[in-house]
Design a protein around this ligand. Structure first.
Ligand code: AMP
Length: 181
């Protein structure tokens, strides 16, 4: 699609300093989502390298990954798989623990959500340390998914998350970068 105008996706992302705690620059994508042109363009650009290839499922990480991932799944004519915080999914699940800045958390998906060999794209709004995306990728690989790519609107390159996901053999696509945390 030819956008023919200078819309800059980065300019549509709002930054809230010191949220949720001092020193963190919170990158708020609700302003991007609320901008029709930016939302469409972000979804189109996220999956542009895989637009012609067969993708079975798009997996989104709770909660902002659901919004972007749902739109991406529609765009690729793929199914959508929610990856959720522990205890939210009603059927039989597979679970993985991962480290947060303070302590451990767990994420889950339905055991039957992805069949072995299915081609999956992982979607979230932002990659920081990469701990969340690394865990989600492992969770899917453990049940036999072929994770074709991991896509994020925002990269915080100073935190090195991209390398963690790439180390699992998964290419990472991001659209905009912000320095720092
Ligand atoms: P990480 O596991 O460190 O890569 O953190 C990624 C997850 O935390 C994503 O689901 C993001 O939505 C969220 N996150 C981390 N840092 C920020 C930030 N500066 N602004 C907004 N969301 C963030």
């Amino acid at each position: 699609m030819d956008w023919g105008n200078p819309l800059n996706i980065k300019d549509t992302i709002r930054t809230i300093p010191d949220y949720p705690k001092p020193g963190i620059m919170f990158r708020d994508i609700t302003t991007l989502l609320g901008n029709a042109q930016a939302f469409r363009r972000a979804v189109d650009e996220l999956v542009q390298p895989w637009a012609g290839s067969k993708i079975d499922k798009v997996a989104g990480i709770e909660a902002r990954g659901f919004i972007l991932g749902g739109a991406v799944a529609h765009q690729l004519s793929a199914g959508f798989v929610p990856i959720r915080k522990k205890g939210k999914l009603p059927h039989e699940t597979v679970t993985i623990a991962y480290s947060l800045e303070y302590g451990i958390d767990e994420m889950e998906m339905h055991k039957d959500a992805i069949a072995p060999g299915e081609r999956v794209i992982l979607v979230d709004d932002l990659i920081a340390t990469g701990g969340t995306a690394e865990a989600a990728t492992r969770l899917m690989q453990d049940i036999g998914a072929e994770v074709v790519a991991a896509c994020f609107v925002i990269d915080l390159p100073d935190l090195g998350g991209r390398a963690k996901v790439e180390a699992l053999g998964v290419p990472v696509r991001t659209l905009v970068e912000f320095a720092g945390h």
